[in-house]
Design a protein around this ligand. Structure first.
Ligand code: HEC
Length: 162
């Protein structure tokens, strides 16, 4: 209930423009249910993207024997949901270049999932423990399901998929 904020390194000084292009196309391929080229998968692994996004790029690092899923909050790159607007190639390229939640990096994406106890966002909301459980279940069920309509709200559209 306290929110979370994953972080992603800015790669503008770590990748050549061609590598950024290859990886952005790769992310688009995956989001449109294409496999992605072998070269792109190789680059994805070599550049350490998998350390956060997982070896299958689905955001999952491991599944524990008790069914719990280990993640660092990195996006699932294999679904059709775009975390940041305007979606597609340009978004992927921008995120790769500038990163997410990087203090001091100009242009970095900012992604904070406010805790619902946060007074600023939901000051009038009164959620019971049971409500929270229902919401958590609902979000869990939504996972991996494409949401066709987007209504951007924030400046960077970060809540656009809700
Ligand atoms: C240190 C962890 C980390 C590393 C390394 C990392 N990412 Fe990320 N990535 C994240 C997090 C966290 C987010 C934001 C998730 C959120 O807020 O929902 C993200 C978001 C993204 C997005 C935005 C997806 C969307 O739906 O808009 C793309 C594209 C992306 N990463 C690609 C890459 C690529 C390609 C690499 C390798 C060059 C990489 N990432 C390396 C953690 C990481």
């Amino acid at each position: 209930m306290n929110g979370r904020a994953g972080a992603m390194t800015a790669h503008k000084d770590l990748l050549t423009p061609k590598e950024v292009d290859t990886l952005a196309r790769f992310v688009v391929d995956l989001s449109e249910a294409r496999r992605g080229s072998d070269d792109a998968w190789k680059l994805y692994k070599e550049k350490g993207c998998g350390a956060c996004h997982g070896s299958k790029a689905d955001g999952i690092l491991a599944e524990l024997p008790n069914g719990e899923i280990v993640t660092v909050g990195a996006a699932n790159l294999t679904d059709s949901i775009w975390r940041f607007e305007p979606a597609g190639y340009d978004s992927a390229r921008y995120t790769i270049l500038h990163g997410v939640n990087q203090p001091g990096v100009s242009g970095a994406r900012s992604s904070v999932c406010p805790g619902i106890t946060s007074p600023t966002r939901l000051e009038n909301a009164a959620f019971s423990e049971e409500d929270v459980e229902h919401l958590a279940l609902y979000v869990h069920e939504l996972r991996g399901v494409a949401v066709p309509e987007r209504t951007p709200i924030g400046e960077d559209g970060m809540w656009g998929r809700w």
